[in-house]
Design a protein around this ligand. Sequence first.
Ligand SMILES: [Cu+2]
Length: 81
Amino acid sequence: MRNGGQQLHEMVLGTTAELKEHAELMKRFPEMEHADANMAHVAPGASGDIVWQFTQAGEYQFACLIPGHYEAGMVGKVVVR
Ligand SMILES: [Cu+2]
């Protein structure tokens, strides 16, 4: 991912339920920092990556969970066949 914007963004892979739960948590604790294999935090002008091996077919989501970003529509879908 490359961040061509003006602020920090993150990409987190997960199920819809996991992402919603995480987004709520981040609203309560906006300063929380975390780094797991399923996410990348990308500063403005920087790039980052996630290497993930899907082991089951299905639909997964990715989203930016920085407070307000998920709600603003920074969300997408990964379809594994
Ligand atoms: Cu964002």
